[in-house]
Write a new protein. Structure first.
Length: 164
């Protein structure tokens, strides 16, 4: 099983959105038995809470399902994860510092690095303190990065099929 965990600050906006979108892409690709997708927060402020209602609204309007409870990532999780996907540069730094080993830190990647149209080191902005428009923009940015991320996961699962 290949394991991917999306991480933002509180695990109620960006990371559950990315989790839902990427899980749908994994299912569409026929990889749901091979790839496990989840999410977490760098902080535990919302641990046990459902996703922000605006996240749920935007996901449902776009046809994505979700059943989410926030949780905080733990250093011990890194050993079982193949990719840890940060939603912004702050999360990237925090996660690399939290990783128990250099090998674990190397598993941490920025989500938008998988979007070829995104500038280097681009973040998914935090929509929490804004309007529904910010959540819609978050979804657009997540969706733009998911094809590249899916390709990277498929390559990790079947490296011989992806040799150029």
């Amino acid at each position: 099983m290949y394991r991917v965990c999306f991480v933002c600050t509180g695990n109620i906006c960006r990371s559950p959105m990315a989790e839902s979108v990427f899980r749908a892409r994994v299912t569409e690709a026929g990889l749901d038995g091979l790839v496990e997708v989840d999410s977490a927060g760098t902080d535990g402020w919302h641990e046990g809470d459902a996703a922000d209602p605006r996240t749920v609204t935007v996901l449902e309007a776009a046809g994505y399902g979700q059943n989410h409870r926030a949780r905080q990532i733990r250093p011990s999780w890194f050993a079982a994860l193949d990719l840890v996907i940060a939603l912004d540069e702050g999360h990237l730094r925090t996660l690399r510092a939290l990783a128990p080993t250099a090998e674990d830190a190397a598993k941490v990647r920025l989500l938008r690095s998988y979007d070829p149209a995104a500038p280097a080191e681009a973040d998914v902005p935090d929509p929490y303190y804004g309007s529904l428009d910010g959540f819609e923009e978050c979804l657009r940015l997540v969706e733009a990065a998911c094809p590249g991320l899916l390709e990277a996961v498929e390559e990790a699962l079947n490296p011989k099929e992806h040799v150029a």
